[in-house]
Write a protein that binds this ligand. Structure first.
Ligand SMILES: *Cc1c(COP(=O)(O)O)cnc(C)c1O
Length: 402
Protein backbone atom coordinates (compact mmCIF):
# COMPACT_ATOMS: atom_id res chain seq x y z
CA UNK A 1 0.00 0.00 0.00
CA UNK A 2 2.81 2.39 0.93
CA UNK A 3 4.73 1.46 -2.20
CA UNK A 4 1.77 2.21 -4.41
CA UNK A 5 1.53 5.67 -2.87
CA UNK A 6 5.23 6.37 -3.25
CA UNK A 7 5.17 5.35 -6.90
CA UNK A 8 2.48 7.85 -7.77
CA UNK A 9 3.80 10.98 -9.50
CA UNK A 10 0.95 12.89 -7.91
CA UNK A 11 1.84 12.43 -4.24
CA UNK A 12 4.36 15.30 -3.92
CA UNK A 13 5.56 17.46 -2.38
CA UNK A 14 6.98 15.93 0.84
CA UNK A 15 6.23 17.44 4.25
CA UNK A 16 8.75 20.21 3.75
CA UNK A 17 7.61 21.07 0.27
CA UNK A 18 10.22 19.24 -1.78
CA UNK A 19 9.66 17.86 -5.25
CA UNK A 20 12.89 15.85 -5.56
CA UNK A 21 15.66 18.40 -5.00
CA UNK A 22 13.39 21.33 -5.89
CA UNK A 23 10.90 23.44 -3.92
CA UNK A 24 11.21 23.92 -0.17
CA UNK A 25 10.63 26.93 2.02
CA UNK A 26 13.30 29.63 1.90
CA UNK A 27 11.76 32.53 3.82
CA UNK A 28 12.87 35.11 6.38
CA UNK A 29 12.32 34.21 10.05
CA UNK A 30 9.40 36.67 10.38
CA UNK A 31 7.38 34.89 7.71
CA UNK A 32 7.88 31.36 9.01
CA UNK A 33 4.96 31.32 11.52
CA UNK A 34 2.63 32.67 8.84
CA UNK A 35 3.69 30.15 6.23
CA UNK A 36 3.20 27.34 8.74
CA UNK A 37 -0.22 28.69 9.70
CA UNK A 38 -1.21 28.89 6.04
CA UNK A 39 -0.12 25.29 5.59
CA UNK A 40 -2.30 24.04 8.44
CA UNK A 41 -5.33 26.15 7.45
CA UNK A 42 -5.01 24.90 3.89
CA UNK A 43 -4.69 21.28 5.01
CA UNK A 44 -7.89 21.69 7.08
CA UNK A 45 -9.77 23.40 4.23
CA UNK A 46 -8.88 20.59 1.80
CA UNK A 47 -10.67 18.10 4.06
CA UNK A 48 -13.60 20.41 4.82
CA UNK A 49 -16.85 19.64 2.98
CA UNK A 50 -18.15 23.15 3.56
CA UNK A 51 -15.04 24.68 1.96
CA UNK A 52 -15.25 22.35 -1.04
CA UNK A 53 -18.96 23.05 -1.52
CA UNK A 54 -18.44 26.81 -1.31
CA UNK A 55 -15.56 26.61 -3.80
CA UNK A 56 -17.61 24.51 -6.24
CA UNK A 57 -20.52 26.92 -6.07
CA UNK A 58 -18.40 29.99 -6.90
CA UNK A 59 -16.55 28.11 -9.65
CA UNK A 60 -19.88 27.32 -11.27
CA UNK A 61 -21.87 30.51 -10.81
CA UNK A 62 -19.19 33.22 -10.59
CA UNK A 63 -16.27 31.89 -12.68
CA UNK A 64 -18.53 30.10 -15.17
CA UNK A 65 -17.08 26.57 -14.98
CA UNK A 66 -16.87 24.01 -16.37
CA UNK A 67 -15.12 25.62 -19.34
CA UNK A 68 -15.91 23.80 -22.60
CA UNK A 69 -13.64 21.25 -24.29
CA UNK A 70 -13.91 22.34 -27.92
CA UNK A 71 -12.95 20.37 -31.04
CA UNK A 72 -10.90 22.79 -33.17
CA UNK A 73 -12.00 21.33 -36.49
CA UNK A 74 -10.45 23.81 -38.91
CA UNK A 75 -7.10 23.92 -37.07
CA UNK A 76 -7.12 20.11 -37.10
CA UNK A 77 -7.77 20.13 -40.84
CA UNK A 78 -5.00 22.68 -41.33
CA UNK A 79 -2.43 20.63 -39.36
CA UNK A 80 -3.34 17.31 -41.07
CA UNK A 81 -2.57 15.12 -38.08
CA UNK A 82 -3.81 14.84 -34.50
CA UNK A 83 -7.37 15.73 -33.59
CA UNK A 84 -6.96 19.02 -31.71
CA UNK A 85 -9.13 20.09 -28.79
CA UNK A 86 -9.04 23.43 -26.95
CA UNK A 87 -9.66 23.54 -23.20
CA UNK A 88 -11.38 26.91 -23.14
CA UNK A 89 -10.23 28.51 -19.92
CA UNK A 90 -10.13 31.87 -21.70
CA UNK A 91 -13.92 31.94 -21.20
CA UNK A 92 -13.62 32.19 -17.41
CA UNK A 93 -14.73 35.39 -15.71
CA UNK A 94 -11.77 37.85 -15.97
CA UNK A 95 -10.47 36.08 -19.09
CA UNK A 96 -7.87 33.57 -17.93
CA UNK A 97 -7.22 30.59 -15.66
CA UNK A 98 -5.83 32.78 -12.85
CA UNK A 99 -9.25 33.16 -11.24
CA UNK A 100 -9.45 29.41 -10.37
CA UNK A 101 -6.54 29.84 -7.99
CA UNK A 102 -7.38 33.32 -6.71
CA UNK A 103 -10.86 32.18 -5.69
CA UNK A 104 -9.31 29.39 -3.62
CA UNK A 105 -6.75 31.65 -1.96
CA UNK A 106 -9.29 34.36 -1.14
CA UNK A 107 -11.54 31.79 0.53
CA UNK A 108 -8.46 30.64 2.53
CA UNK A 109 -7.63 34.27 3.46
CA UNK A 110 -11.19 34.68 4.76
CA UNK A 111 -10.77 31.51 6.84
CA UNK A 112 -7.60 33.04 8.31
CA UNK A 113 -9.42 36.29 9.10
CA UNK A 114 -7.17 38.41 6.84
CA UNK A 115 -8.62 41.72 5.63
CA UNK A 116 -5.78 42.96 3.42
CA UNK A 117 -4.69 41.13 0.26
CA UNK A 118 -1.47 41.78 -1.65
CA UNK A 119 -0.41 40.32 -4.99
CA UNK A 120 2.14 40.78 -7.75
CA UNK A 121 1.21 40.76 -11.41
CA UNK A 122 2.98 40.65 -14.79
CA UNK A 123 0.50 40.78 -17.66
CA UNK A 124 -2.07 41.96 -15.16
CA UNK A 125 -4.35 38.93 -15.35
CA UNK A 126 -3.51 37.76 -11.82
CA UNK A 127 -3.91 41.34 -10.58
CA UNK A 128 -7.32 41.62 -12.24
CA UNK A 129 -8.48 38.28 -10.82
CA UNK A 130 -7.29 39.30 -7.34
CA UNK A 131 -8.90 42.76 -7.54
CA UNK A 132 -12.11 41.10 -8.74
CA UNK A 133 -12.41 38.69 -5.82
CA UNK A 134 -11.35 41.36 -3.31
CA UNK A 135 -14.22 43.50 -4.59
CA UNK A 136 -16.59 40.54 -4.33
CA UNK A 137 -15.64 39.84 -0.71
CA UNK A 138 -15.02 43.43 0.43
CA UNK A 139 -11.28 43.07 1.07
CA UNK A 140 -8.56 45.70 0.75
CA UNK A 141 -6.37 45.01 -2.31
CA UNK A 142 -2.81 46.14 -3.12
CA UNK A 143 -1.24 45.06 -6.43
CA UNK A 144 2.48 45.37 -7.20
CA UNK A 145 3.32 45.63 -10.89
CA UNK A 146 6.61 46.42 -12.65
CA UNK A 147 6.38 49.88 -14.20
CA UNK A 148 7.32 48.46 -17.62
CA UNK A 149 4.34 46.09 -17.37
CA UNK A 150 2.14 49.00 -16.22
CA UNK A 151 3.02 50.67 -19.53
CA UNK A 152 2.41 47.63 -21.74
CA UNK A 153 -0.78 46.40 -20.03
CA UNK A 154 -2.76 49.61 -19.55
CA UNK A 155 -6.21 48.10 -19.97
CA UNK A 156 -5.60 45.68 -17.12
CA UNK A 157 -4.29 48.51 -14.91
CA UNK A 158 -7.52 50.36 -15.61
CA UNK A 159 -9.60 47.28 -14.80
CA UNK A 160 -7.83 46.84 -11.44
CA UNK A 161 -8.39 50.50 -10.57
CA UNK A 162 -12.09 50.35 -11.44
CA UNK A 163 -12.32 47.28 -9.19
CA UNK A 164 -10.95 49.36 -6.32
CA UNK A 165 -7.37 48.04 -6.13
CA UNK A 166 -4.37 50.14 -5.20
CA UNK A 167 -1.94 49.50 -8.09
CA UNK A 168 1.68 50.24 -7.11
CA UNK A 169 4.19 50.51 -9.98
CA UNK A 170 7.61 49.02 -9.12
CA UNK A 171 10.58 50.97 -10.50
CA UNK A 172 13.43 48.66 -9.49
CA UNK A 173 15.39 46.13 -11.59
CA UNK A 174 13.93 45.24 -14.96
CA UNK A 175 10.61 46.77 -13.82
CA UNK A 176 8.76 43.51 -14.55
CA UNK A 177 7.28 40.52 -12.73
CA UNK A 178 10.30 39.40 -10.67
CA UNK A 179 10.68 42.94 -9.26
CA UNK A 180 6.97 43.13 -8.45
CA UNK A 181 7.29 39.79 -6.63
CA UNK A 182 10.26 41.08 -4.58
CA UNK A 183 8.24 44.15 -3.61
CA UNK A 184 5.19 42.07 -2.61
CA UNK A 185 7.42 39.86 -0.42
CA UNK A 186 8.83 43.00 1.24
CA UNK A 187 5.29 44.25 1.96
CA UNK A 188 4.36 40.83 3.40
CA UNK A 189 7.34 40.82 5.81
CA UNK A 190 6.32 44.29 7.06
CA UNK A 191 2.60 43.57 7.40
CA UNK A 192 2.44 39.91 8.43
CA UNK A 193 -0.34 40.46 10.96
CA UNK A 194 -3.26 41.47 8.75
CA UNK A 195 -2.00 40.65 5.24
CA UNK A 196 -2.48 37.64 2.97
CA UNK A 197 -0.10 37.22 0.02
CA UNK A 198 -2.01 35.84 -2.97
CA UNK A 199 0.57 34.28 -5.33
CA UNK A 200 -0.37 33.98 -9.00
CA UNK A 201 1.50 30.87 -10.05
CA UNK A 202 2.96 27.60 -8.73
CA UNK A 203 5.96 29.40 -7.18
CA UNK A 204 6.78 30.84 -3.75
CA UNK A 205 7.54 28.94 -0.54
CA UNK A 206 5.74 25.71 0.41
CA UNK A 207 2.71 25.32 0.58
CA UNK A 208 2.05 27.77 -2.30
CA UNK A 209 3.23 25.59 -5.22
CA UNK A 210 1.08 22.66 -4.03
CA UNK A 211 -1.91 24.81 -3.04
CA UNK A 212 -2.01 26.77 -6.32
CA UNK A 213 -1.64 23.50 -8.25
CA UNK A 214 -4.55 21.92 -6.37
CA UNK A 215 -6.80 24.88 -7.20
CA UNK A 216 -5.78 24.78 -10.88
CA UNK A 217 -6.32 21.00 -11.15
CA UNK A 218 -9.98 21.74 -11.88
CA UNK A 219 -8.75 22.26 -15.48
CA UNK A 220 -7.37 18.73 -15.86
CA UNK A 221 -10.17 17.06 -13.90
CA UNK A 222 -12.79 18.61 -16.18
CA UNK A 223 -10.73 17.75 -19.28
CA UNK A 224 -10.61 14.10 -18.22
CA UNK A 225 -14.39 13.85 -17.86
CA UNK A 226 -15.10 15.89 -21.00
CA UNK A 227 -12.74 13.86 -23.19
CA UNK A 228 -14.26 10.61 -21.98
CA UNK A 229 -17.67 12.02 -22.82
CA UNK A 230 -16.57 13.25 -26.28
CA UNK A 231 -14.30 10.40 -27.39
CA UNK A 232 -14.84 7.60 -24.86
CA UNK A 233 -11.20 7.63 -23.75
CA UNK A 234 -8.33 9.68 -22.34
CA UNK A 235 -6.41 12.18 -24.49
CA UNK A 236 -3.06 11.10 -25.97
CA UNK A 237 -1.25 14.38 -25.42
CA UNK A 238 -1.56 17.64 -23.50
CA UNK A 239 0.08 20.95 -24.44
CA UNK A 240 0.29 24.11 -22.30
CA UNK A 241 2.45 27.22 -22.04
CA UNK A 242 4.80 27.71 -19.09
CA UNK A 243 5.25 31.01 -17.27
CA UNK A 244 5.48 29.94 -13.66
CA UNK A 245 3.59 26.85 -14.77
CA UNK A 246 0.17 27.02 -13.06
CA UNK A 247 -2.11 26.51 -16.08
CA UNK A 248 0.14 23.69 -17.30
CA UNK A 249 0.30 21.81 -14.00
CA UNK A 250 -3.47 22.27 -13.61
CA UNK A 251 -3.99 20.44 -16.90
CA UNK A 252 -1.18 17.87 -16.47
CA UNK A 253 -1.42 16.82 -12.84
CA UNK A 254 -4.62 14.73 -12.95
CA UNK A 255 -3.01 12.72 -15.80
CA UNK A 256 0.53 12.28 -14.41
CA UNK A 257 -0.05 8.64 -13.48
CA UNK A 258 -1.47 7.78 -16.91
CA UNK A 259 1.53 6.40 -18.82
CA UNK A 260 -0.14 6.76 -22.23
CA UNK A 261 -0.65 10.52 -21.91
CA UNK A 262 2.24 12.61 -23.35
CA UNK A 263 2.75 16.10 -21.94
CA UNK A 264 4.42 19.14 -23.46
CA UNK A 265 5.21 22.35 -21.56
CA UNK A 266 6.03 25.27 -23.85
CA UNK A 267 8.42 27.94 -22.58
CA UNK A 268 8.94 31.38 -24.09
CA UNK A 269 12.00 31.36 -26.37
CA UNK A 270 11.62 35.13 -26.93
CA UNK A 271 14.00 36.16 -29.70
CA UNK A 272 15.60 32.70 -29.66
CA UNK A 273 17.04 30.26 -27.11
CA UNK A 274 20.59 31.37 -27.89
CA UNK A 275 19.81 35.09 -28.02
CA UNK A 276 19.97 35.69 -24.29
CA UNK A 277 16.56 37.32 -24.73
CA UNK A 278 14.13 34.65 -23.63
CA UNK A 279 12.29 33.34 -20.57
CA UNK A 280 13.07 29.62 -21.00
CA UNK A 281 14.12 28.76 -17.43
CA UNK A 282 14.14 24.99 -17.96
CA UNK A 283 15.96 25.05 -21.30
CA UNK A 284 18.47 27.74 -20.36
CA UNK A 285 18.49 28.02 -16.55
CA UNK A 286 20.16 26.21 -13.66
CA UNK A 287 19.14 25.45 -10.08
CA UNK A 288 19.09 28.27 -7.55
CA UNK A 289 16.84 29.87 -4.94
CA UNK A 290 14.35 32.65 -5.75
CA UNK A 291 11.06 33.76 -4.21
CA UNK A 292 11.09 31.14 -1.46
CA UNK A 293 11.89 27.97 -3.40
CA UNK A 294 14.68 26.12 -5.20
CA UNK A 295 14.13 25.76 -8.92
CA UNK A 296 15.58 26.41 -12.39
CA UNK A 297 16.48 30.07 -12.80
CA UNK A 298 17.92 32.23 -15.54
CA UNK A 299 21.13 33.49 -13.93
CA UNK A 300 24.45 34.93 -15.10
CA UNK A 301 27.82 33.38 -14.17
CA UNK A 302 27.79 35.18 -10.79
CA UNK A 303 24.36 33.81 -9.88
CA UNK A 304 22.62 37.15 -10.49
CA UNK A 305 19.08 36.81 -11.88
CA UNK A 306 19.13 37.81 -15.53
CA UNK A 307 16.74 40.17 -17.23
CA UNK A 308 14.39 37.98 -19.21
CA UNK A 309 12.38 38.68 -22.32
CA UNK A 310 9.16 37.46 -23.85
CA UNK A 311 6.63 39.25 -26.03
CA UNK A 312 4.03 38.02 -23.54
CA UNK A 313 4.25 39.68 -20.14
CA UNK A 314 2.68 36.60 -18.53
CA UNK A 315 5.64 34.38 -19.48
CA UNK A 316 8.29 37.00 -18.63
CA UNK A 317 9.57 35.37 -15.41
CA UNK A 318 13.15 34.12 -14.73
CA UNK A 319 12.01 30.99 -12.86
CA UNK A 320 9.54 28.14 -13.08
CA UNK A 321 7.47 26.25 -10.50
CA UNK A 322 9.56 23.63 -8.61
CA UNK A 323 7.24 20.77 -9.58
CA UNK A 324 8.00 21.44 -13.25
CA UNK A 325 11.76 21.44 -12.50
CA UNK A 326 11.21 17.99 -10.99
CA UNK A 327 8.97 16.70 -13.81
CA UNK A 328 11.71 17.77 -16.20
CA UNK A 329 14.39 16.02 -14.13
CA UNK A 330 12.49 12.71 -14.12
CA UNK A 331 11.53 13.10 -17.79
CA UNK A 332 7.75 12.83 -17.32
CA UNK A 333 6.97 16.09 -19.14
CA UNK A 334 8.80 17.33 -22.24
CA UNK A 335 9.70 21.00 -22.07
CA UNK A 336 9.99 22.72 -25.43
CA UNK A 337 9.70 26.35 -26.51
CA UNK A 338 8.28 28.82 -29.01
CA UNK A 339 9.66 32.21 -30.07
CA UNK A 340 7.89 35.59 -30.04
CA UNK A 341 7.38 35.42 -33.81
CA UNK A 342 6.02 31.88 -33.71
CA UNK A 343 3.53 32.90 -31.00
CA UNK A 344 2.29 35.90 -32.99
CA UNK A 345 1.81 33.71 -36.11
CA UNK A 346 -0.10 31.12 -34.09
CA UNK A 347 -2.31 33.82 -32.60
CA UNK A 348 -3.31 34.99 -36.09
CA UNK A 349 -3.78 31.42 -37.33
CA UNK A 350 -6.12 30.62 -34.44
CA UNK A 351 -8.09 33.84 -34.98
CA UNK A 352 -8.46 33.16 -38.72
CA UNK A 353 -9.33 29.47 -38.52
CA UNK A 354 -11.32 29.23 -35.29
CA UNK A 355 -12.62 32.74 -34.64
CA UNK A 356 -10.87 32.77 -31.28
CA UNK A 357 -8.22 35.36 -30.39
CA UNK A 358 -6.01 33.70 -27.77
CA UNK A 359 -3.69 35.56 -25.40
CA UNK A 360 -0.02 35.64 -26.43
CA UNK A 361 0.80 33.13 -23.65
CA UNK A 362 -1.32 30.21 -24.95
CA UNK A 363 -0.32 31.29 -28.48
CA UNK A 364 3.11 29.82 -27.55
CA UNK A 365 1.41 26.48 -26.86
CA UNK A 366 -0.55 26.76 -30.11
CA UNK A 367 2.67 27.43 -32.03
CA UNK A 368 4.02 24.06 -30.88
CA UNK A 369 0.69 22.35 -31.59
CA UNK A 370 1.13 23.36 -35.24
CA UNK A 371 4.44 21.45 -35.35
CA UNK A 372 3.50 18.52 -33.06
CA UNK A 373 0.06 17.71 -34.50
CA UNK A 374 1.20 17.05 -38.11
CA UNK A 375 3.54 14.31 -36.82
CA UNK A 376 0.71 12.37 -35.12
CA UNK A 377 -1.87 9.95 -36.50
CA UNK A 378 -5.37 11.28 -37.04
CA UNK A 379 -6.68 9.15 -34.14
CA UNK A 380 -4.33 10.96 -31.76
CA UNK A 381 -6.25 13.22 -29.35
CA UNK A 382 -4.34 16.40 -28.46
CA UNK A 383 -5.56 18.95 -25.92
CA UNK A 384 -4.13 22.47 -25.73
CA UNK A 385 -4.93 24.72 -22.80
CA UNK A 386 -6.34 27.99 -24.13
CA UNK A 387 -5.65 29.62 -20.79
CA UNK A 388 -6.37 33.24 -21.66
CA UNK A 389 -8.02 35.52 -24.19
CA UNK A 390 -6.22 38.03 -26.36
CA UNK A 391 -8.04 41.23 -25.39
CA UNK A 392 -5.13 42.44 -23.28
CA UNK A 393 -2.64 41.92 -26.14
CA UNK A 394 -4.43 43.63 -29.00
CA UNK A 395 -2.49 46.87 -28.75
CA UNK A 396 0.90 45.14 -28.60
CA UNK A 397 0.30 42.85 -31.59
CA UNK A 398 -1.96 45.03 -33.73
CA UNK A 399 -0.51 45.12 -37.23
CA UNK A 400 2.40 42.82 -36.28
CA UNK A 401 1.16 40.00 -38.47
CA UNK A 402 4.16 37.75 -39.05
C1 LIG B 1 -0.39 34.44 -16.10
C2 LIG B 1 -0.66 33.78 -17.35
C3 LIG B 1 0.17 32.74 -17.82
C4 LIG B 1 1.41 32.29 -17.14
O1 LIG B 1 1.23 31.74 -15.88
P1 LIG B 1 1.25 30.19 -15.58
O2 LIG B 1 1.38 30.13 -14.12
O3 LIG B 1 2.44 29.60 -16.29
O4 LIG B 1 -0.01 29.61 -16.08
C5 LIG B 1 -0.20 32.09 -18.98
N1 LIG B 1 -1.28 32.48 -19.68
C6 LIG B 1 -2.09 33.46 -19.27
C7 LIG B 1 -3.27 33.81 -20.10
C8 LIG B 1 -1.81 34.16 -18.10
O5 LIG B 1 -2.62 35.14 -17.70
Amino acid sequence: MMIEHAESLRSGPDDRGHFGSFGGRFVPETLMPLVLQLESVYREARQCDQFQTEMALYLKNYVGRPSPLYFAERLTHHCKGAKIYFKRDELNHTGAHKVNNVLGQILIARRMGKKRIIAETGAGMHGVATATLCARFGLQCVIYMGSLDVERQQTNVLRMKILGADVRPVETGSRTLKDAMNEALRDWVTNVGDTFYCIGTVAGPHPYPAMVRDFQCVIGKETRLQMIEAEGRLPDSLVACIGGGSNAIGLFHPFLDEPTVEMYGVEAAGRGLKSGMNAASIARGRPGVLHGNRTHLLMDDDGQIENVHSISAGLDYPGVGPEHAWLDAIGRVKYISATDDEAVSALYLCAELEGIIPALEPAHALARVTTLAPRKQKEHLMVVNLCGRGDKDLLSIGGMKA
